[in-house]
Design a binder for this molecule. Structure first.
Ligand code: C5P
Length: 301
């Protein structure tokens, strides 16, 4: 008997880099990294709707992201190829509703792909194991394996070596991006010169999370050097220096996520986080008030 598929609605959360050290350029052109990643409440949504006719089609709420280069499209195409009889896969319309700013260092596209892989594996009953999904995810993009795993994770290699860490203690997060600024990850890595290769030491960050202590965590952000890519990106895009200063004027310690241009700061109090997000928005930035996901349930216990 054929089982009827139900519609599925899934969230794809943004990722951010609490710290990012670029260790070296590899012969394959990628860079060897060490990073601590976490997920945010800010998220995209994917909807799978069963269709009478076989095959799949893709819709994106942002027309500029609705092409075949969209990582959700690539995820669906890769999974369909892996099916024994692709023509027999249950028909599905895959809709992506965007909310996470694109090309901002927040892993929106990677998270969308990870969510699509998990959801389609279940919708099409492909029976792929978590390891199969991680391997497939790595073919789509360096951040996809992390997005499949989620949580507070120490990430190494090109992005595919993942070590789970204790959950980052819950924080409110203020996130801001200057208006109309989008950066391609490939271009940011491409302009890295030896002079930019400052290597933040992530040990104090890692110990603070392992010991679940907020004070050394905040001290680490106050130190200011959290991301190898930051100096290179600011040198090309001076408005980012002014964005950093806006955070500092609000008494916050900003850090850049991934290859930028989004900056974030951790906050303990909702009142101060809300006031800061509003001030950054009034200064003309795209600003968001969000929170970290991993420590959410711990906080409620
Ligand atoms: O893997 P992904 O397609 O997301 O990477 C985009 C670009 O970012 C790569 O083409 C590469 O230029 C750069 N990159 C890198 N080292 C990494 C991850 C990404 O150089 N570990």
């Amino acid at each position: 008997m054929n089982r009827v598929n139900r519609a599925m609605l899934i969230k794809a959360p943004a990722k951010f880099n609490l710290g990012l050290t670029v260790l070296r350029r590899r012969p394959d052109g990628y860079h060897e990294l060490l990073s601590v990643m976490e997920q945010l409440s800010l998220s995209d949504t994917i909807l799978l709707e069963p269709q009478c006719e076989a095959g799949w089609r893709f819709f994106c709420s942002d027309p500029s992201l609705s092409g075949k280069e969209n990582l959700v499209y690539r995820a669906a195409a890769l999974l369909a190829q892996k099916a024994d009889r692709p023509a027999d896969l249950p028909g599905v319309k895959i809709s992506l509703f965007k909310n996470i700013p694109a090309a901002a260092g927040l892993g929106g596209g990677s998270s969308d792909a990870a969510a699509a892989l998990k959801a389609l594996n279940s919708f099409w009953r492909l029976g792929m194991s978590p390891t199969d999904l991680l391997e497939t995810g790595a073919l789509i993009g360096s951040d996809v394996p992390y997005c499949l795993k989620g949580g507070t994770v120490l990430v190494r290699g090109r992005g595919e070596k993942l070590e789970a860490m204790p959950a980052l203690p819950f924080h409110w997060v203020v996130l801001a991006i200057p208006p109309e600024m989008h950066l391609s990850t490939a271009q940011v890595y491409g302009m890295l010169k030896p002079v930019h290769l400052s290597r933040p030491r992530l040990e104090p960050l890692i110990s603070a999370i392992r010991e679940q202590r907020k004070e050394p965590l905040h001290d680490w952000f106050a130190g200011g050097l959290t991301n190898t890519l930051e100096a290179a990106v600011i040198s090309k895009h001076p408005p980012l220096q002014s964005l950093k200063e806006q955070f500092l004027d609000l008494g916050l310690h900003p850090a850049m996520s991934g290859s930028g241009p989004s900056f974030f700061a951790l906050c303990d109090s909702l009142v101060s986080a809300r006031a800061a997000a509003r001030a950054l928005q009034e200064a003309g930035n795209r600003a968001f008030l969000c929170w970290t996901i991993s420590g959410l349930y711990k906080q409620k216990e």
